[in-house]
Design a protein around this ligand. Structure first.
Ligand code: ARG
Ligand code: ASP
Length: 661
């Protein structure tokens, strides 16, 4: 009897939804979450995560190249991040003789490490609320100037939280001498390419290794052969114990942009207007490009990077739209806003704020849509083909593809742009040539010929003028989200009101590329009715996908040989009775763009993986996080070590790492 109850209970516990956690928390305020974190398996303290009095985990996390995250794994400045975060620099070092993209790169000594112009990393010195100082009249510039005077290489910025309800100073130490130490071949680091991007099950070894150098005083210094490896105040220990479903995970990194608190009107704009239009336009572009790629191997390579960039957001938007619709986010938010408005009815400060926000969206939506449309269509067309491009052997064979893109994008622009925001020069062209296609063909012929085209130049300046007109109308340059100066002011008030009214809600400030903590657990999910996706992939899955005929799935021969011989050494595990190597895993952490390269940490604060993606159906988490569906994707640190050891033959790097069992 007891046994049965116990069993039922155990089964119940096992099938409870994963310990998913919405939120990206400010590390300096993490003490408000620490009890919850500890209840879910975290064993360290708030001071271990962030402290200004002693070394803490924050000292081991860096903002990498202004848009990704990286983490120190040795006391000699050794840094891990994603392959896709280091990609531009790896590419810049690659040539036909030294094709590091194809074959990988493993520096055999410090002298072989490769400097990277323009690459920097930032370590957070401290963060500090400065709301009161700003209220008292100090300007953000003054605050930054004072802070930067505190130390060599210090960079400061003041960032808004909750639409300006709080202001924080972020003071960083910026290092400009960052060298490439190692990268796997793209057939590992980018395995699955665009086909697998945003997809689970995933098998990408998305990592690369850098080293930060400093002056002899351990302070930032411009590149010099005299520089020495930076000694971070803290680096991550690496867990060899691995992960299991249900294990606590924490992600420490620099998420770029979320919109948790936007009005239902803005969500409707995204899911019903903006995403569908942008997806349709990109579908058409990708079809034209893919057709050329399928017919001509040289064009496949030529358009590869372009295809990847277009497809990344294209897939993400599809997941976002689907997720928002499935969750009914618009209706839920509308109801929430109505309840707030009812509460606010007799509060002067908030009484009209929802109505004012709605009115502002109505005012700017068409203009903002026109702005987005220009970026997706006309501005995506070349205004010239430079000498270098013309010299490429495939240039002439691109002609039909390029012309088709001109015609398609011009037609999309003409069909979709709200009339008041149609560019006058474009209208003139339509008038003269009779149809968008005919006008586009004319423009294309002129641009292709290489002569100066008066009509293309007229259109380019028309685009410029329309864009600045819309910037003026919205009163802001930051057009990344549907926003205006007025909206920002209203949101300051709205969020203040929400926090007064909705006292049960766990508010966290939207991501804005400042350091955050997200926590959750390793977990699979129900992908479709009756179809459960396990949270761990293995080398066996790579072998199953392996296909020398398909570029994205053509693995190095070494990996095939290792699989055949099963010589996995200490990286082998036994899973479901078979001998294999772990590759990627899923977890429930709330992440977004910028979290790529972030350390995934277990309950003891040890490194178990490197974050690099989400599943495409998770991407509505930028607006609404759904614990049932939203999963981040990490590369298992044991796979990283396996590749370093068995593919790179670079196990000398292990000497400076700290492994824990
Ligand atoms: N989806 C990931 C992110 O948004 C990875 C992108 C790079 N990988 C690729 N195959 N394009 O950054
Ligand atoms: N792939 C993204 C990045 O590069 C991460 C994400 O959007 O989940 O930051």
């Amino acid at each position: 009897m007891f046994k049965r109850t116990f069993l039922t209970l155990a089964v119940l516990l096992l099938t409870l939804p994963a310990l998913a956690d919405k939120g990206m928390w400010l590390p300096s305020l993490i003490s408000s979450r620490i009890d919850d974190m500890r209840a879910k398996g975290f064993r360290l303290t708030a001071e271990d995560i962030y402290s200004i009095n002693r070394a803490s985990l924050k000292d081991a996390v860096v903002l990498f190249d202004g848009g990704c995250t990286g983490e120190f794994v040795s006391d000699e400045g050794l840094l891990l991040t994603n392959h896709h975060c280091g990609y531009d620099y790896i590419q810049a070092h690659s040539s036909l003789e030294h094709d590091y993209l194809t074959y990988g790169f493993w520096a055999r000594s410090r002298a072989e490490e490769l400097p990277n112009e323009g690459l920097n990393v930032r370590v957070l010195v401290r963060m500090e609320e400065v709301t009161d100082r700003i209220a008292a009249g100090e300007s953000p510039e003054e605050i930054c100037r004072k802070a930067e005077a505190e130390g060599k290489g210090y960079r400061a910025s003041v960032e808004q939280m909750y639409y300006g309800n709080q202001q924080f100073l972020f003071l960083y130490e910026q290092f400009d001498d960052v060298r490439l130490v190692a990268t796997p071949p793209s057939s590992i680091g980018k395995f699955g390419g665009d086909t697998d991007n945003w997809i689970w099950p995933r098998h990408t070894g998305d990592f690369s290794i850098f080293r930060v150098y400093a002056g002899k005083d351990n302070r930032p210094a411009p590149y010099s052969p005299e520089n020495v490896p930076y000694r971070p105040a803290r680096h991550f220990k690496i867990s060899l114990r691995g992960i299991h479903e249900g294990d606590f995970t924490m992600i420490y990194g620099f998420p770029g942009n979320t919109q948790e608190y936007i009005l239902s009107d803005a969500v409707a704009y995204i899911a019903e207007r903006s995403d569908p239009a942008k997806i349709a336009i990109r579908t058409g572009r990708l079809e034209i490009i893919s057709e050329a790629q399928a017919e001509d191997p040289e064009l496949r390579i030529h358009y590869a990077a372009k295809h990847a960039t277009i497809a990344n957001a294209w897939k993400k938007w599809q997941g976002e739209m689907l997720g928002i619709n499935r969750l009914g986010t618009v209706a839920k938010k509308r109801d929430y806003e109505e309840r707030f408005a009812a509460w606010a009815a007799d509060r002067e400060e908030y009484r009209t704020v929802v109505a004012e926000l709605k009115a502002e969206y109505a005012r700017i939506a068409d203009a903002y849509f026109a702005y987005e449309l220009i970026s997706e269509t006309l501005a995506a067309l070349p205004t010239s083909y430079d000498e270098e491009e013309r010299a490429e052997s495939c240039f002439e064979r691109r002609r039909a593809t390029e012309q088709a893109l001109f015609e398609f994008l011009a037609a999309e622009y003409a069909a979709r742009c709200p009339a008041p925001y149609l560019i006058p020069e474009f209208l003139d062209g339509l008038h003269t040539w009779g149809s968008p296609e005919a006008y586009a063909r004319h423009l294309f012929e002129e641009v292709w010929s290489g002569e100066k085209s008066a009509d293309a130049e007229a259109l380019a300046s028309g685009i410029k003028r329309m864009r600045s007109h819309i910037v003026w109308l919205l009163g802001t340059r930051s057009l990344r989200n549907l926003t205006s100066k007025r909206l920002n002011e209203l949101y300051t008030r709205y969020i203040r009101g929400l926090r007064e009214w909705d006292t049960q809600r766990a508010f966290f400030p939207d991501a804005n590329l400042t350091l955050r903590v997200a926590y959750g657990s390793v977990a699979g999910y129900e992908y479709a009715d009756g179809e459960y996706h396990k949270p761990q992939t293995t080398l066996d899955g790579i072998i199953a996908k392996d296909n020398p005929e398909i570029y994205d799935y053509d693995i190095p021969q070494q990996l095939r040989d290792l699989y055949a011989s099963k010589e996995y050494g200490r990286w082998g595990i036994t899973l479901d009775g078979r001998r294999t190597v772990p590759v990627c895993f899923l977890a429930t952490n709330h992440t977004t763009g910028g979290n790529s390269g972030s350390p995934v940490i277990n309950g003891r604060g040890e490194l178990v993986g490197i974050n690099f993606d989400r599943t495409w159906r998770s991407t509505m988490s930028d607006i609404e996080f759904d614990p049932e569906i939203c999963r981040n994707i990490a590369v298992d640190i044991r796979y990283v070590l396996f590749v370093i050891d068995r593919i790179g033959g670079a196990d000398y790097l292990f000497r400076e790492m700290d492994f824990v069992r």
